[in-house]
Design a protein around this ligand. Structure first.
Ligand code: CDP
Length: 223
C-alpha cells in the first residue's frame, strides 16, 4: 500500500470533476492532474499545425514530439506547451470541438499515458478525466465517477464560461459525451470499483465533503 494515495475521478463534461479534484488536492496537499488538459493541448498543437484532428499517424507523430507540462498548484494550474502558457487557449471552442476526435486516437492516448504515470510515480495525486480509474491508474486507491443531468452540466459549464447560450453549450457537451462513450479505446465509463456520485442536486461543498469522507475513511483503514 503506497503511503500517499492515487485518487481517480472520472465522468462526463460539467459533472464537477475539475473543481472537486482541485479542492481535494488542496485539502490533502496532493498534486492535481488534469488529464483532459493533455488531450486539449495535443489538439491545439494539431490545429496549429494544420493537421486533420482524425489523422492518427500525423497527430500521434506530432504528440510524441510535444513538450507538455502541467505546472502550478491546485489553485493556479497551468498548461505549458513548449514553455508557453496555453491554459486559456485550450478551453476555447476550436479545441473543445475537435478534442474528442483527437482523444479517440489510440496512438495519441499511448503517448499520453507515460506522462500521467510519471506525474503520479510517488502517489499523492488527484487525477481527473475519462479513463483514469479504468486505464491510466486501474490500481488507484480510491475511484470516483461523478455524473449529473446534461441540463445541469450545461448550465454549470455556461456559467464558468460566462456564456449566455446554454443550449449551444448543452449540444457541445452531449456530442462530446457521445463521442467519448462510444469510442473503442479507453471509453468514458465507470470502473467497476468506482464510487458513483450524482452531483445534480448537490452543492460543490457537499460533493467535496462526500468524497473527502470516503477518502479519509480509506486512509484510516489503510494506516
Ligand atoms: O472539462 P471537460 O470535462 O469539459 O473536458 P476535459 O476534462 O478537459 O476533457 C476534454 C476531452 O478530452 C474529453 O471530452 C475527452 O474527449 C478527452 N479526454 C479523454 O479522452 N481522456 C481523459 N482522461 C481526459 C479527457
Amino acid at each position: 500500500m503506497r503511503s500517499r494515495f492515487i485518487i481517480a475521478i472520472d465522468g462526463p463534461a460539467g459533472a464537477g470533476k475539475s473543481t472537486v479534484a482541485r479542492q481535494l488536492a488542496r485539502r490533502l496537499r496532493y498534486r492535481f492532474l488534469d488529464s483532459g488538459a493533455l488531450y486539449r493541448t495535443v489538439t491545439l498543437a494539431a490545429l496549429r499545425a494544420g493537421l486533420s484532428p482524425g489523422d492518427e499517424e500525423q497527430v500521434a507523430a506530432l504528440a510524441r514530439t510535444l513538450d507538455i507540462r502541467l505546472e502550478g498548484g491546485p489553485d493556479d494550474p497551468r498548461v505549458l506547451l513548449g514553455g508557453d502558457d496555453v491554459s486559456a487557449e485550450i478551453r476555447g471552442p476550436a479545441v473543445s470541438n475537435a478534442v474528442s476526435t483527437v482523444a479517440a486516437l489510440a496512438r495519441v492516448r499511448e503517448a499520453m499515458v507515460p506522462l500521467q504515470k510519471g506525474i503520479a510515480a510517488d502517489g499523492g495525486v488527484v487525477a481527473e478525466g475519462r479513463d483514469i480509474g479504468t486505464v491510466v491508474f486501474p490500481d488507484a486507491d480510491v475511484k470516483f465517477y461523478l455524473d449529473a443531468d446534461p441540463a445541469e452540466r450545461a448550465r454549470r459549464r455556461a456559467d464558468e464560461r460566462g456564456e449566455a447560450d446554454v443550449e449551444s453549450v448543452r449540444r457541445e457537451i452531449v456530442s462530446r459525451d457521445r463521442d467519448d462513450t462510444d469510442r473503442d479505446v479507453a471509453p468514458l465509463c465507470a470502473a467497476a470499483d468506482a464510487v458513483r456520485v450524482d452531483t445534480t442536486a448537490l452543492t460543490l461543498g457537499e460533493v467535496v465533503a462526500r468524497l473527502a469522507a470516503e477518502i479519509e475513511g480509506r486512509m484510516g483503514s489503510a494506516s
